[in-house]
Design a protein around this ligand. Structure first.
Ligand code: SF4
Ligand code: SF4
Length: 224
């Protein structure tokens, strides 16, 4: 999931100072799990705006904020409230905000959140970064643990000289990623993989912007 956190009140109000009325768009997926785009978060932002003398013309928590077409359809029922707002505030990740920009080409659209990373929720609203979206996954060779993301140096072939008592030299709070990989490989009887040397990453596969269609999608649609 995409992890987001709310911008500070000061930053939000600085962005909003030119406008008097707002329509709020949340997201029922990642941003809801993060507590940054659910109904409670929207109610809190509405109260903050009203305290500053501003108006909220309406709000919606669409199914998936970054699904541009679906969100556009859901917004149809609220078109008057959207039209009445000076600006749109999107309470999701940066991708959801950019759906808002596409849906409202003639209106200012602002994010209420900072988009942090792709991660896992390990306990309620506790998040760990697990994948850096490198475009060339190698965790089939590293016991399912990503050294690019979990090792602050992104080392591909075993620990650096700074590892101490199994912990990372960059932060003693975290276990060395390569100790985790070793322990995992040992547990699943695949320690032999530790002998394989991983080649340097091909970072061209991470080059932005990416665009992708599901390769089998067109074929299936044509057959139907
Ligand atoms: S190797 Fe790349 S795609 Fe795989 S988990 Fe790590 S960053 Fe993500
Ligand atoms: S101690 Fe381990 S996790 Fe930390 S930087 Fe070195 S190899 Fe990476």
């Amino acid at each position: 999931m995409i992890i987001s956190k709310k911008k500070s009140h000061e930053d939000l109000m600085e962005n909003f100072k030119k406008y008097d009325s707002f329509y709020l768009i949340g997201c029922s997926e990642c941003a809801s799990l993060c507590g940054t785009g659910d109904e409670a978060a929207m109610k809190t932002l509405k109260e903050e705006l009203e305290k500053e003398g501003k108006t909220v013309t309406g709000m919606i928590v669409p199914k998936t904020g970054c699904q541009t077409l679906g969100t556009k359809i859901e917004l149809k029922k609220d078109k008057d409230a959207c039209a009445a707002a000076d600006a749109i505030v999107v309470m999701s990740c940066g991708a959801g905000t950019q759906s808002g920009v596409e849906i409202f080409p003639d209106k200012p659209v602002y994010p209420s959140n900072d988009t942090m990373f792709l991660g896992n929720m390990t306990r309620f609203q506790v998040f760990d970064e697990r994948c850096s979206l490198c475009g060339d996954c190698i965790i089939d060779k590293t016991g399912g643990i990503c050294p690019i993301t979990n090792c602050p140096k992104g080392l591909l072939n075993g620990p650096c000289g700074g590892m101490k008592d199994g912990n990372c030299e960059v932060s003693s709070e975290i276990k060395c990623a390569w100790v985790r990989i070793y322990e995992r490989q040992k547990k699943v009887n695949e320690l032999d993989k530790m002998n394989d040397i991983l080649p340097p990453k091909d970072w061209s596969k991470k080059q932005n912007p990416h665009a992708m269609a599901r390769p089998d999608k067109d074929k299936k649609e044509k057959k139907a």
